[in-house]
Design a binder for this molecule. Sequence first.
Ligand SMILES: [Zn+2]
Length: 289
Amino acid sequence: MRLFRRPPTLSVEQRDALSAVLGPLDRYRGGDHDVLADLTAWLLARPDWSAARGFDLTEDMRFAVAATAAVLGVGIAEDDPFGNVSGIVVHPSTMVDRRPRATPMRGVVTEAPRSMLGHTTAHGPVFVSWQAVERDRHHGRGSVVLHEFAHKLDAATTMMDGTPRLDGVGARPRWVEVCTRVYEQLRAGGPDPVLRRYGATNPTEFFAVATEAFFTRPLDLRHVHPDLFGVFADAFHQDPATVDAGRGLTSRIADDERAAAERAAAARAAAEQGPANDAAEHGDAAHRG
Ligand SMILES: [Zn+2]
């Protein structure tokens, strides 16, 4: 409920454009869609947008960034979930970071220059690369905008430590227990089919990386880490996996596992029947070269 929210509002054309701009990230109908539109308008109306290096930042680009960031705030019962964003800076491509920083390897710090697609700090502006925003819209397996604005939600608490504002009795201990468990798994180095390795850098990056997965691959995240999905659904007051399942979508990871299990079962059944089909299979393989 945002009783005190006032204009700015989106034009009818902009409201209609939201779905096209967000693609699969637009999961909102009715009142939720109104909140999405309000938050987008709110972010667009901020005075502190800027373009790096004389980049020609167009209205369409600002709209795409604002609408994507707004997705994070649809379920959050605050007037301005992004009140701590002190500026939004859009770069044409990557930025170079030369500061010493932690790596996903425990205790290892690096000063090697790295290309960044986005960047933010607890009190500073959000930087995003437009090239990365466009790439995300085509690939849909991550989102620099969701990542950087998630850092700002994290920073809205007393410290930027990977825990956003939570409500509900027992929410915080449950959050800490689940996130710590999955974070430690990621740090232990096992490949994770849905969470990027960068999330092992520290709890702050874990939150931002898991937020990307929660919104861009919710069915996969729910399949692989149901507890983690659950605490994120509680924190964001959204359930993107249920919406996607209602659209008839399925988890690719679950589908692949089912297919592999079926192949294994078929292979076992074939082995029990003996090597009758060997010759035909070899002939086929020879054809394919
Ligand atoms: Zn980050």
